[in-house]
Design a protein around this ligand. Structure first.
Ligand code: KIV
Ligand code: ZN
Length: 563
């Protein structure tokens, strides 16, 4: 049987009973290091060319990264050329430190320094693998042999750096496959490296602990990190960094728990590109902090630009449900969610803390519009269409009209593949509640003394003389109803009526007037035994009210003609 779990063995976690990290909270952003241009690039079907690397580098700078791993220049000519370009063309801001990865071998280290020559601040990142599988099966070396490689690499790095005194050098060491290495051995190797480097206040070092392959739940990784944090020498003068991969889908959680366990620094990529299931996604972790009211120390407001540039450079599309960034992550299709969002947004005050059901953050913070929040399909309810009409067209449907409109929308969605666009919903709204046939309003005037004078023309009989209304009543609407009642022979009763001024948050013009509408009205008439609804937007309240009334009458007239 191919699908056989007995092929695998459980991971045996370290026995740590004094763990402190479960009681810790993250209260500030870690130091970030973006490894998109190295680890991310090494994982691509088609590695980035120099221009793509420049574009991604510029994006990383724009996002506010102060530490950027720019490549593996000793292993790749485009990486070498790119590093030379950003140094020679002064593209590195003075507060940004670039970093290059190298294996612990002399020619590679030499070439890495050649690439970084002339940088103001740079980190040389040296690594070798330490886990039992790597020791036994890949390198055929015992623990002493593996430690010797690390110490030799550290020594070479330190020695060669003296040839380039104009650069402010820092060193980083990664015991690759740390999460699968016995913690005591990893600690021993890291301490040996630090003994060579002798970190101090003017030359700090970085000990980077990778979950090269994620092999446990994140709590086990946190124990491993805390183990090192509590025991490593020169703790004051080193940054403990973590570098998690996402094999089990927990890279972000692992990095978060690692920060609780003492890590100062986190390596990862924008949107999680990287080997296999990817590197830790810095966008997710930073946004997780942001939503806790913690400054992520990164600027991610233009999320669409981040997505666009990463995609252009990596050719990897983003999943529509990618946390914080995907196209659908702020969208509600379900009717009850839409209702709740709609209600909360109505109550949300601009300066008050964000409290909107189903929306953990304000999508506007990431450059997303409310238009994207609610999309209407067959799962949606009345609140959704109401929300869209209000946001897009300034139409504030009263509840009784929402109830009348809901089955109309529902019927259309059930025969329509996918979500309805705001334009379609608006057209549906107009075709349901707004009509100028058979009767169209031509002129109208209200005078407290003389009452209502108005003209309606018949669209079905263009040769018929327009109908002149002259009616006195308590108000223009009652006068109009009474006059139209006489004309049509309908028994008309006003059930509900609402009006509001049109706020031009909506970019759309009134379709009836062609000019900016000032007033919107909604009416429910009982016409015989027919419940008829009408709505209108017009330059003035009187025009909107009469037009809405006429729409409802038109509805009843059309119904009568067809029966
Ligand atoms: O995943 C990993 O272990 C690495 C190291 C080289 C840091 O990318
Ligand atoms: Zn990695």
């Amino acid at each position: 049987m191919a699908f056989n779990h007995q092929k695998y063995q459980p991971f045996h976690p370290i026995q740590k009973t004094d763990r402190q990290w479960p009681n810790k909270q993250i209260t500030q952003a870690p130091k970030w290091c973006a490894v998109d241009l190295r680890d991310g690039n090494q994982a691509l079907m088609e590695p980035m060319n120099v221009d793509q690397k420049v574009a991604l580098f510029q994006l990383l700078v724009k996002c506010g990264f102060k530490e950027i791993e720019v490549g593996f220049p000793a292993a790749s000519q485009p990486d070498f050329d790119f590093v030379r370009k950003i140094i020679d063309e002064n593209m590195i801001p003075h507060d940004v430190s670039i970093q290059a990865l190298t294996q612990a071998r002399e020619p590679l280290i030499e070439k890495t320094f050649d690439a970084l020559n002339g940088a103001k601040k740079a980190v040389v990142h040296v690594y070798n693998s330490t886990s039992p599988v790597q020791r036994d099966q890949v390198f055929g070396l015992d623990k002493a042999g593996i430690k010797a490689i690390a110490v030799a690499g550290a020594t070479m790095v330190k020695k060669i750096s003296h040839k380039y005194p104009e650069t402010q050098w820092n060193f980083e060491y990664s015991p690759e496959s740390f999460s699968a290495t016995e913690p005591e051995f990893a600690l021993d190797v890291c301490n040996a490296v630090l003994d060579v480097w002798q970190p101090n206040p003017s030359q700090r070092a970085i000990i980077n602990l990778p979950a090269t392959v994620e092999c446990t739940t994140p709590n086990v990784f946190a124990d491993q990190v805390e183990f090192i944090h509590e025991r490593i020498r020169y703790r004051e003068w080193i940054d403990i960094s973590v570098h998690t991969h996402n094999d089990r889908g927990c890279a972000v959680a692992a990095a978060e728990l690692a920060v609780m366990a003492g890590a100062d620094r986190v390596e990862g990529t924008l949107l999680g590109n990287g080997e296999r299931t990817g590197n830790m996604d810095i966008v997710i972790m930073a946004m997780n902090l942001y939503t806790q009211g913690i400054n992520p120390e990164l600027y991610l407001a233009d999320m669409d630009e981040i997505i666009r540039t990463v995609k252009e450079c990596t050719h990897i599309p983003i999943h529509p449900r990618h946390p914080w960034a995907g196209e659908l992550v702020f969208t509600a299709f379900s009717g009850s969610h839409q209702d709740a969002i709609n209600k909360c947004l109505q109550q949300q005050e601009i300066t008050a803390p964000w409290q909107v059901a189903y929306l953990p953050i304000d999508p506007k913070d990431l450059g997303r519009s409310y238009q994207e929040i609610i999309r209407i399909n067959s799962q949606s309810g009345k609140g959704g269409a109401a929300f869209i009409l209000q946001n897009e067209y300034g139409i504030q449907m009263p509840r009784w009209l929402q109830l009348a409109f809901s089955p109309v929308v529902q019927k259309v969605t059930e025969h329509h593949q996918g979500a309805l666009s705001p334009e379609t919903i608006h057209e549906l709204f107009l075709s349901s509640f707004s009509s100028d046939a058979p009767w169209a309003l031509e002129h109208y005037n209200w005078d407290d003394q003389k009452g209502l004078t108005a003209t309606v023309s018949s669209q079905s009989s263009p040769n018929e003389q327009p109908y002149e209304l002259n009616e006195k009543s308590d108000g223009p609407l009652h006068a109009f109803v009474s006059a139209m009642s006489k004309k049509t022979g309908f028994d008309i009763e006003i059930q509900d009526y609402e009006e509001h001024a049109v706020q031009h948050a909506s970019q759309h013009e009134s379709h009836q007037t062609g000019s900016k509408a000032q007033a919107a009205t909604y009416i429910n008439l009982k016409i015989g035994d027919v419940n008829a609804y009408g709505t209108a937007m017009a330059a003035d309240t009187l025009g909107a009210a009469l037009q809405a009334c006429l729409s409802a009458i038109n509805y009843a007239a059309t119904l009568k003609q067809s029966t």
